[in-house]
Design a protein around this ligand. Sequence first.
Ligand code: ZN
Length: 378
Amino acid sequence: MLATPASVSFLSVKPPLLNRLGSLLALAAPLVSLFAAAPAWAGSALAAWRIDRSGTLELRTPPGTNLEAFFERGNASQGPRLWVDLPGAPQRSRSIGGNGPIQEVRIGRPSDDSTRLVVEFKPGVDLDPSQLRLVGTSPDRWQMKLVPALQGVRPIGEGDFEGPALPSWRALPPSGSSLPLGPMPSLETLPNVQRGRFKVVIDPGHGGPDPGAIGIRGLRETDVVLDVSLQVAQILQAKGVQVLLTRTSEVDVDLPPRVALANNSRADLFLSIHANALSMARPDVNGVETFYFQPGVSQRLAEAVQRQMLLVSPGSPDRGARPGRFFVIRRTVMPAALAEMGFVTGRLDSPRLADPAFRRRMAIAIATGVLNFLLGQR
Ligand code: ZN
């Protein structure tokens, strides 16, 4: 551990009462023994955070998480900052713009196995570290009142505070599934199409302030789908398909513009890529599914993608190609489907979706499904 500079103070952290934690741990006991081996944790214990209008910082973590909080005084050019260190690494570092007295909030990765949430204030903001205290308000929630400095701030945050209790931190499976990955499909055997003949719109679900579903160890749907979608686009382009993406980075794109992009570009095909989620209390639910709105051509597209995704997901249940009423597949005028690559809340799917090697397989599989559909093959 690094020496603490004089301007940095430890903040008091009061863990939650253990009453509910006890029963949660008892529930999760079989898992603890299953995954007792030294874990290579990836995925952050920071499941959600927000700063609300009353100037309160709130965090959500799995029960049993140990946190440390720090404060550093500001100077003339730099505002004060506070940070909270949590176990497990975030999927990616990021910063979220603040407002009012908040300069920005950063999610960083100070080591391979930790997450740092930094709240940086504007110069001149006055906070008294002796008044700052991170208090566990329930087994999976933490609060720090930042008033009066922050009263009237516009709420910011990421992740889900409303879902049911998270499984215990100690009970969660390590990243890097011990389950076998499917075979790595070969790019060489993928068919080429006539260059310039087909235009495809790939729609990475969610993005920006909307991370979509948040799963086990903070696995974020938006990160998974953006990575796979960019790879699908790159593979299809290499095979001669013209590809348009509804987003290429962590930005928020509403649903109507995604549909408008597809409809105005007269694309031949629209594919929205998502990861599924259920409650954190249902890690038993896993599986791959693909939705279509129109029976017929869109259904064939959904079936072609579903078939390929299953090939690289051994053991994950086939939830089928089935009808769904999602806006982006209902309003697009070309053959359209919405693929759900697995459950970020699933015990089987989640560690796989967190694994770049699995995401590569998934991207090749989805691209194969699209090419097969374009060429009229199964
Ligand atoms: Zn989604």
